[in-house]
Design a protein around this ligand. Sequence first.
Ligand code: DXP
Ligand SMILES: NCC(=O)COP(=O)(O)O
Length: 238
Amino acid sequence: MTRLSVNINKIATLRNSRGGSIPSVVEATINCQKFGAEGITVHPRPDERHIRRQDVYDIKPHITTELNIEGYPSKDFMKLVIDVKADQATLVPDKPGQLTSDHGWDTIKNESFLRDVISELKSHGIRASIFVDPDQKMVEGAKKVGTDRIELYTEPYASGYMADPEKAVAPFVAASKLAKSLGLGINAGHDLNLKNLKYLIDMIPYIEEVSIGHALIADALYMGLRNTIQEYLECIKP
Ligand SMILES: CC(=O)[C@@H](O)[C@H](O)COP(=O)(O)O
Ligand SMILES: NCC(=O)COP(=O)(O)O
């Protein structure tokens, strides 16, 4: 059964815009889980444009589901993830100044680096997931570096969905079938929303976790956080 992990980056974006503590990321963590979220995702970027390192320490005691921390596996990132003993670390190949995550790992060129990082995460009991494009060779490379899961970067699906859902989802179905055959768990995320989510899950029902933030938080501005989370859950639960 696919789990919904709510990414609360954009709560922190709003908070940072005034320099105070409203809205609170701790309150958001508590309420998202109360409203049905099955995980909390944060992406503390090096420039702390939204989620700050301290936020991760602050929210950890309030996690009653799972904490998924996304980021480039720098020394700082690894210390943070290990310090708070995240349930899952999702490694992304982002450069510090990137507007947002916009590609998966080259798991072939980065084989040695990823293998070492994943081994360290596992030694601390932290599930490893790596951000990949729906590319068969990258999925095969993910298996070789020993990750527990892959997270499929779904922006290309989202951007193609309205025009041609079948064409948009096809590479993701193929990559998922390969990943499953290799024994990899499958997560998915980026630009998923109330329009495109159900079809993705219908086509790939064995996705273990979707992490959704930008569209969900935007929807909550109009529908409220409780109703919004319930609507997203209805898209992924049969
Ligand atoms: C890896 C991924 O897709 C998410 O972490 C996304 O990048 C959110 O980051 P921003 O909220 O900074 O866009
Ligand atoms: N891993 C994807 C994520 O956490 C949220 O991405 P988005 O929904 O903010 O695009």
